[in-house]
Design a protein around this ligand. Structure first.
Ligand SMILES: [Cu+2]
Length: 123
């Protein structure tokens, strides 16, 4: 009776280990999938109309692309505000300009300095 009992409990232990391994593998696979999805760059659109950027505040991931589309009747630009280290140059209605963003940005329109926007890098 004793040997039979111990082989039954051995079987249960092996079964439990197999279930654990299966759960670990499936959990690992699904978390890998999420990481891959999160890290792939995406594109965001900022529309310019009525002398404003919409949305004026944008959260992106590092490496994402932002496209500004001018839907106003007058030209606008997108210029880095703090040191003006980059600018789109003015672009007209129906035109667009894009940039890959790797850091927090404060920008404004050099033609209409009340127009302002920010981009924040989120994890
Ligand atoms: Cu403007």
């Amino acid at each position: 009776m004793q040997p039979h009992k111990s082989s039954a409990s051995k079987f249960l232990i092996i079964l439990a280990v197999l279930v654990c391994v299966f759960l670990l593998i499936s959990g690992f696979k699904s978390s890998q999938k999420i990481v891959h999805k999160d890290s792939s760059p995406t594109t965001h659109t900022v529309t310019i109309f009525r002398m404003k950027y919409h949305p004026a505040q944008l959260n992106v991931k590092k490496g994402d692309t932002v496209i500004w589309i001018n839907k106003d009747f007058v030209p606008h630009d997108v210029t880095e505000e703090t040191t003006q280290k980059w600018t789109s140059k003015p672009f007209n209605q129906g035109e667009q300009w894009s940039k890959v963003v790797n850091e927090d940005v404060k920008y404004f329109c050099n033609l209409h300095k009340v127009m302002k926007g920010t981009i924040t890098i989120i994890k």
